[in-house]
Design a binder for this molecule. Sequence first.
Ligand SMILES: Cc1cc2nc3c(=O)[nH]c(=O)nc-3n(C[C@H](O)[C@H](O)[C@H](O)COP(=O)(O)OP(=O)(O)OC[C@H]3O[C@@H](n4cnc5c(N)ncnc54)[C@H](O)[C@@H]3O)c2cc1C
Length: 384
Amino acid sequence: MNLQESLETVRFIAKSTVTEEALVVDEQGIWPEQSIRALQKAGLGGLVVATEMGGLGQGLTGLAQACEILGEVSGSTALCFGMHCVGSAVIGAKATAQQQQDLLKPIAAGEHLTTLALSEPGTGAHFYYPQTQLLALSEAEYLVNGNKSFVTNGGKADSYVLSTLGVDPEASQEAFSCMVLRGDTLELAWGPEWKGLGMRGNSSKTLFLKDVKVPAQNLLGEVGDQLWYIFQVVAPYFLTAMSGTYLGIAQAAFNEARKHLMERSYRHNGTTLSQNTLLQHRLGLLWSKIERTRQLLYHATREGEKNTAAAVLPILASKAEVGHCCVEVVNEAMTLMGGIAYSQHSRLDVLLRDARAAHVMSPTTDILYTWLGRALLEQPILDN
Ligand SMILES: Cc1cc2nc3c(=O)[nH]c(=O)nc-3n(C[C@H](O)[C@H](O)[C@H](O)COP(=O)(O)OP(=O)(O)OC[C@H]3O[C@@H](n4cnc5c(N)ncnc54)[C@H](O)[C@@H]3O)c2cc1C
């Protein structure tokens, strides 16, 4: 499947399975099993996996647009699918022959779901400073101890892409390691499901890692090159997947507001809201806000795929801008749609709650603008 065919397939599944499941996913806070399985079955589990591994070989553009399509229908599903793709990209960046065989090929075949487990209770939004300990038991095995918080697809994934401190206790904080933990590892213990205000189907859980044994072959890349992972793979793929997701949510709110203005008519004068100049103007502003944010995101993904040094600025800016766009558009749509929308379990209720996660998922909006400023001022991006 090329890019257009892949996106057509996402669109088809979004309109059918994801739409059918979306309401119950939010209302009951259940993980979108049917939607994720439908996406995997259609070959989309391997969206960003190289074609040599049987994947679709898409990059940031495909990821942004796939998440955008899904986000328009279900924020939770887009988030779960997006995190799987980010995890796949991290695994694929420097996969060994064994990892290609054990992970990438099953991911491409739709038989393996992965996800990112980077955040920790102790370092919060600063997910790039893990405190999880890694101890070499032998050349073939490591021992992992620590906690990972807010793991999307928690308990559902077949593997977890984990960050830990480096093996050498003397090494700098930046010399951490990334590894893949299999979901069926015996020592894994999960906390209760986190009950989010929105994104209620993402099965977010805390992962407790106490004396967990991990084969050395599960290490991703070389010890010490992990900041490379953060800035070359995790950040671009994560920011792109989340930008697409929240842009989709903004678009959904816009569509709801437009539909309402077209359909709401008054008995006292026979007009519809679509004939009101002020509301016409406000809808025009919303469209412009979404479209300029979309163009920034698409520009970022094109530059990111060319791997230019200049790509970092639009990539950082796009998630921050999408965050503002999404929260503002949903908020404004709620006003435009009046009391009818201001009711529990309305579509806008779901969108409003889902949208609020945009600013707090790390790198958060505030952190992104700071990184952007530092990059512009030629300062080191990370503080300590
Ligand atoms: C729906 C959802 C899904 C998630 N899924 C995953 C996942 O799959 N995997 C994963 O690893 N994590 C995941 N996370 C975690 C997420 O990425 C963040 O790590 C987490 O939300 C941070 O929460 P906290 O309360 O610890 O924030 P805190 O670290 O306490 O931060 C609170 C606020 O302070 C601000 N702040 C902190 N430091 C700075 C600074 N230096 N400059 C400016 N502002 C600053 C932050 O921006 C934030 O607004 C998820 C979170 C949510 C809400």
